[in-house]
Design a protein around this ligand. Structure first.
Ligand code: TRP
Ligand code: SF4
Length: 332
């Protein structure tokens, strides 16, 4: 029996290279070794976007198309939408009962989210009950399939700590049943945005998985480089070239990285030429993704079928777990 992996992403729309390198690439590699459940967290999206639901459905489809483009394989992994597995909501009720209030109040990621929300929406914005329940709902996602491991970005680790605490508490109260899921982190260094800040769609500094080759090349040309360099034959400092050279270290081969470094330091390589090559390099990595994404864009009914079949499969498994849970708690 393979160990179980559960992981998800909120349905916030088109994904970017930060999502790919930070999380999805990891998922793709884990698909063969584990029994994987990957889902779109539409309820989690509602914790902050409950008033913007017009695009919810489209956002879910975009996320799934990006996953498929990157190589998540519906033959190997179960792909589903959180709200199509309502058993998660019932489990969420049980877990909510055994989670002390100060565990969620302590959650540093939640504190950050609350802070961002306050600055965005003004001082009198309230934190809703659903947002407070974010880590409990996440625990329900993970425990619904009794996951052993959860591959996520570093920002999600605090939530998974709470999940482990909740699982332990459940086991103590009702009998040993749940695994204490461990996070799996990606070893790839985090990619920054084109302006050197964290890559994010609200910062307008991202490269989307769905961007065309032309759009990608154009964006790469805007990446910041070694700012002390004025002319193209000035000797450059790759270490101070925060974005363009960083990207080379992610997308280039060892030889290519060495060549760029040498030529830059000797003043043999202009930044424009360097970034043009970098754009080509990134585009060649992504050519396969674009081809697959195009196929699914042209066959939306296939994407919907993947979601429906995956959700039905996930639901059947969730019902089995829920039956055990109800028995352990001694529900009617
Ligand atoms: N909170 C995660 C994010 O912001 C999404 C998520 C929801 C998740 N439930 C999960 C991730 C369970 C891993 C496991 O991206
Ligand atoms: Fe950066 Fe390339 Fe310019 Fe060197 S030549 S500073 S590596 S963009």
């Amino acid at each position: 029996m393979k160990e179980i992996i559960v992981s998800g992403m909120r349905s916030t729309g088109k994904l970017h290279l930060g999502h790919y390198l930070g999380v999805i690439q990891n998922w793709v590699q884990l698909q063969d070794k584990y029994d994987c459940y990957f889902f779109v967290a539409d309820w989690h999206a509602l914790t902050t976007k409950y008033d913007k639901t017009d695009e919810l459905r489209q956002h879910i489809l975009e996320v799934v198309m990006d996953w498929l483009a990157c190589g998540i394989d519906p033959e190997k992994s179960t792909i589903y939408v959180q709200s199509l597995v309502p058993e998660i909501a019932e489990l969420n009720i049980y877990l909510g009962m055994i989670t002390p209030q100060n565990w969620v109040e302590r959650d540093p990621t939640l504190k950050d989210m609350a802070k961002i929300l306050k600055t965005k929406e003004g001082q009198n914005s309230q934190i809703n009950y659903g947002l407070m329940g974010y880590p409990v709902l996440m625990s329900s996602d993970i425990m619904m399939f009794n996951a052993h491991c959860v591959p996520v970005g570093i920002d999600q680790v605090a939530h998974i700590e709470i999940t482990r605490d909740i699982a332990r508490r459940f086991n103590n109260l009702y009998g040993e049943y749940f695994n204490e899921a461990k996070p799996i982190l990606n070893h790839c260094s985090l990619i920054c945005g084109l302006d050197g800040n964290k890559m994010g769609k609200s910062f307008n500094n991202d490269i989307k998985i769905s961007d065309t080759a032309e759009e990608t090349s154009k964006k790469v040309m805007s990446a910041i480089t070694d700012r002390s360099r004025l002319r193209k034959d000035d000797p450059g400092h790759p270490d101070e070239c925060e974005v363009a050279f960083k990207y080379w270290t992610i997308f280039g081969s060892e030889d290519e990285i060495e060549t760029v470094k040498c030529e830059c330091e000797k003043g043999l390589r202009g930044c424009a030429q360097c970034k043009r090559q970098l754009g080509d390099k990134i585009n060649s990595t992504m050519a396969e993704f674009r081809q697959r994404r195009k196929y699914y864009e042209e066959h939306p009914e296939e994407v919907e079928r993947i979601i429906e079949e995956g959700s039905a499969k996930a639901r059947a498994r969730a019902q089995e777990v829920l039956k055990e849970v109800r028995k352990l708690i001694k529900m009617y």
